[in-house]
Design a protein around this ligand. Structure first.
Ligand code: GLV
Ligand code: MN
Ligand code: MN
Length: 410
């Protein structure tokens, strides 16, 4: 008998979750540790309890639901996130957590006793939008960042991570870093155009991009827009513009996998007739190859130095995040491919240009990722869309992979 998940149950949970923090255009805003995030967490906890899982909230607010195995040995962990970007869609992150719950409900329904425990985890602050310490939950889960360090993180709205975690009631006591999975699996929407364009059902991720985040503060001098001769200006706005343009040069010169983005910028005093005294911009650099990513960073830093001389400004650089690119585990990749073939779905191996909690987990335990198509490759956008059939296929592959891995004794 072929075990399969229940598509309507999966979609029902996904729609219910998407109501929390919903916009009228179908989008979702659930920034980490906001009231919307709290409401979504309450809902996920309730679902975990309904599935009779042993639930834990760890010290950084990761939600963990464990279905015991025949033996009390290292679990198979399925995980993703439910926080979103400010104008997010309903699938990024949520699809993985809902597929995890659905896989577990299917195990319950078929009364399957797995050898290993199977757990589902919702990681805190994957997106890193409100707290730039991105992938925070998964990094704490692996013991790469201590709860104390996480608590000190200051948000873009000047809130403190530790205080907000307490305020929403999710500062748990379960020690972060105390579970080492036998394997970690994350189902996620591709967030790129490849599977949709090629009409392939399943993306099997071979490697996940590395990422470097910077905040750049340019200090010039405010002065009159009309009277200050161009040659006498210390125009922080001009330098910001040069940097943004240079990012595209970095991307164009380092091969097709190099990404470089300025996603946020602010000027001070931000007035029409005042030369900007200060400009603050965010920079996101990515590459699945570590050496090339480092090369991109070095080029950026060299360029900033040139700008300070050319524009007579000062530049302060803060590296907000750096995560090395990682390959997924070859055994897990083959297990996912085997499961996909047995189910009769088409597949393609690919590299992830988005970062995921699986990137953190890949340096901690054998890790695999299952991608499902994103219509038109659109993501971090309310128009993000994956059909019920596509999600069903992904969740079936997840279930089958879990079944295979959870029977492994070694
Ligand atoms: C996460 O969504 C990222 O890739 O920025
Ligand atoms: Mn995501
Ligand atoms: Mn995202």
């Amino acid at each position: 008998m072929q075990l399969t998940i229940n598509k309507s149950r999966l979609m029902k949970r996904l729609s219910e979750l998407a109501r929390i923090g919903a916009f009228s255009d179908g989008g979702v805003c659930r920034l980490a540790l906001t009231d919307e995030d709290k409401a979504a967490r309450d809902q996920v906890m309730q679902w975990m309890k309904d599935l009779h899982l042993q639930t834990h909230i760890d010290q950084v607010g990761n939600l963990i639901g464990v279905r015991p195995g025949a033996k009390d040995i290292a679990p198979i962990v399925i995980g993703s996130h439910i926080d979103t970007v400010p104008t997010g869609g309903r699938f990024d992150g949520a699809a993985g957590v809902m597929a995890g719950l659905e896989a577990i409900e299917s195990l319950n329904e078929y009364k399957i006793q797995t050898e290993r425990p199977v757990a589902v985890v919702t990681f805190t602050n994957e997106e890193g939008v409100r707290y730039h310490n991105d992938l925070l939950g998964s990094r704490a889960f692996c013991g790469y960042i201590s709860p104390e360090e996480a608590y000190k993180t200051v948000g873009t709205d000047h809130t403190i991570f530790g205080e907000e975690l307490k305020r929403i009631g999710f500062a748990g006591e379960f020690p972060s870093g105390s579970i080492r999975p036998h394997a970690f699996l994350e189902l996620h929407i591709e967030q790129g155009p490849v599977l949709d364009r090629e009409q392939v059902s399943i993306g099997v991720v071979e490697a996940i991009t590395g990422i470097a985040w910077y905040e750049i503060t340019i200090q010039g001098e405010a002065n009159h827009a009309g009277t200050t001769p161009i040659s006498m200006r210390q125009d922080a706005g001009l330098t910001a513009a040069r940097i943004i343009t240079y990012l595209r040069e970095i991307a164009n010169s380092l091969g097709e996998n190099q990404r470089a983005t300025c996603g946020a910028i602010s000027f001070y005093p931000n007035a029409i007739n005042v030369i900007p005294e200060k400009a603050t911009l965010s920079i996101d650099l990515r590459n699945p190859d570590k050496t090339t990513l480092e090369e991109a960073e070095q080029r950026l830093l060299d360029f900033l130095e040139k700008c300070t001389i050319q524009d007579n400004v000062q530049i302060e650089t803060q590296r907000l995040a750096w995560v090395e690119p990682r390959a997924c585990h070859t055994d897990i990749i083959s297990t996912i491919i085997e499961a996909t073939n047995e189910l009769g779905y088409s597949h393609k191996t690919m590299v992830s240009g988005a970062v995921h909690d699986a990137l953190t987990m890949a340096s901690y335990c054998p890790t695999g990722m299952i991608f499902v198509p994103s219509k038109g490759g659109v993501s971090h956008n309310p128009a993000e869309y994956t059909s019920a059939d596509e999600l069903e296929a992904g969740a079936n592959v997840l279930l089958k992979t879990v079944l295979k891995l959870s029977q492994q004794k070694m």
